[in-house]
Ligand binder design. Structure first.
Ligand code: FAD
Length: 460
């Protein structure tokens, strides 16, 4: 791990600065928390390590699942928090705390409607393809379907409320007296430190995906995968939590992705698979049931020769995928190959042509294959498309246990009075491994827990 080691310590005799609600991290969680705290009349200060807020949020597709929103109603989608909660638990094999699942599912729509109505974020529902495991169409995104647009919109909303966001300050020390958090020390780029006192601290600094030592120790299956999240997320929340005696849960949970264009390093939307595409390995053969989801796809792809695979789809599917900026970027840099015949595509991807043609011919249209994947009845048709992909770690899903107000909990079930968390710093709802991640669990936790954490009074 680079940079100063995160510590906890008794408070200094005096602080350089005072604030009421201090938020560490200006990703989706931190900025949503800032808006909610500001609305609750709190004086807010956000500290961010980077020069400009971006985080994993900016790298994401910015899609947030929510059940029962106004946008769903306008699109004629009938959904309920109960159905959403069932889908979350089904994907995570029932390993999540039920109360947390219900909290996130029940409050998701309120957050999307609030961000739309109060701050003008123009969310719409993705209506032209299904995400694995979601029984309803409930992924909400901004027009470009990019997290960069989401983080910029949240930052603009904070700026319009005159919420202070101080960048290029990395929090390194949490000061506490027993259970009570008193403030933090931040390190500037020049190495100098400043201390900030607070009445309430919100840890919105995501998980530990950018900390190679912790990844190797806790997530050995993905330690050789590409790290595709925000490098600055080094696990301070978990390390501070451990030192403070907080309840840390599901530290072995993570979201992977098995469809990252290689070597270009661009996310290829899983729509290319759910719409009827397949993944093959270097010898042109399929190797698993892709409909399980993109998170576990990382492990499946990394287990193939060379740790790589090829997503094979067609022009119809490419048109659906083109709603994502990332897909358009992948096309622009030449990562996506297109050919009028499967032989031509095999040639461009350096795959054995006979094996690829046989694999595509073997797709049981309208039926179920030997891996257990059920296919629709639309065949892949020319022109065909393909892209070389690998498996990546996107973000960790375990972390600090929270209660109904997003307060950090101890193992005995009591809460730290003025310590809150959300997003990747908190324990999410993705079970204990990589196969429990339902699409959108990441931002769901960031925005719902972020709003709860912000709205709660200090010392609640
Ligand atoms: C490629 C990719 C695609 C994804 N797509 C989706 C998607 O479509 N839907 C979805 O739900 N999820 C998606 N995710 C996951 C999602 O991005 C995260 O779950 C979410 O952004 C977490 O938000 P956050 O606010 O907790 O963290 P972040 O957005 O990472 O923000 C944390 C911030 O804290 C700062 N920070 C860290 N440590 C410190 C410190 N010590 N001091 C000061 N600042 C600090 C960081 O610099 C960062 O800005 C994707 C992830 C990736 C990588």
């Amino acid at each position: 791990m680079t940079g100063p080691t995160p510590e906890t310590a008794p408070p200094p005799a005096s602080f350089d600065l005072d604030c009421e609600t201090l938020i560490i991290g200006a990703g989706a969680c931190g900025l949503v928390a800032a808006l909610a705290a500001h609305e609750a009349g709190q004086e807010v200060l956000v500290i961010e390590a980077d020069a400009v807020p971006s985080g994993s949020t900016a790298l994401s597709a910015g899609l947030i699942p929510a059940a029962g929103t106004k946008a769903q109603a306008a699109a004629g989608i009938d959904d309920t928090p109960a159905l959403f909660a069932q889908d979350i638990q089904a994907k995570a094999h029932g390993e999540n705390e039920q109360a947390l699942v219900e909290r996130l599912a029940t409050q998701s729509a309120g957050v999307i409607d609030w961000l739309s109505d109060s701050y003008g974020l123009p969310f719409s529902v993705v209506t032209n393809f299904d995400y694995p495991g979601h029984g309803r169409r409930r992924m909400h995104g901004l027009p470009t379907r990019s997290g960069a647009e989401l983080i910029d919109a949240l930052r603009t909303a904070c700026e319009l409320q005159e919420i202070d966001i101080i960048c290029e300050r990395r929090a390194t020390v949490v000061f506490h007296e027993g259970d009570g958090i008193r403030g933090v020390s931040v390190t500037r780029l020049d190495g100098a430190s400043e201390t900030i006192a607070c009445k309430k601290l919100i840890l919105a600094c995501n998980g530990f995906g950018g900390n190679r030592d912790l990844v190797a120790a806790l997530l050995p299956d993905i330690k050789n995968g590409l790290w595709f999240g925000h490098d600055g997320n080094r696990g301070e929340a978990v390390l501070w939590g451990e030192a403070l005696g907080a309840d840390l849960r599901h530290l072995t949970a993570y979201q992977g992705h098995g469809n990252v264009a290689h070597p270009h390093g661009i996310l290829i939307t899983w729509a290319v698979i759910t719409e009827g595409g397949v993944q093959v390995n270097r010898i042109g053969e399929r190797f698993w049931d892709e409909s399980q989801g993109y998170s576990e796809a990382a492990r499946a792809v990394l287990a193939q020769p060379g740790g790589e695979a090829f997503a094979i789809f067609d022009a119809r599917i490419a048109e659906v995928a083109r709603q994502f900026e990332d897909f358009k970027r992948a096309e622009a840099v030449g990562a996506i190959q297109t050919a009028d015949t499967l032989e031509g595509l095999a040639d461009q991807l350096r795959l054995p042509a006979g094996a690829l043609a046989q694999t595509i011919a073997d797709i049981p249209l309208g039926g179920t294959d030997a891996f257990g994947r059920r296919f629709g009845d639309t065949p892949l048709a020319p022109p065909y498309c393909g892209v070389r992909v690998t498996g990546a770690l996107f973000h960790t899903q375990g972390g600090l246990q929270t209660n109904a107000q997003a307060q950090v909990m101890r193992p005995d079930g009591t809460a730290f009075p003025n310590l809150f968390t959300g997003g990747g710093a908190a324990c999410g709802v993705s079970g204990t491994g990589d196969s429990g991640y339902l699409s959108g669990n990441g931002l769901l936790s960031a925005v719902v827990l972020g709003r709860l954490a912000g709205a709660a009074p200090a010392g609640a």
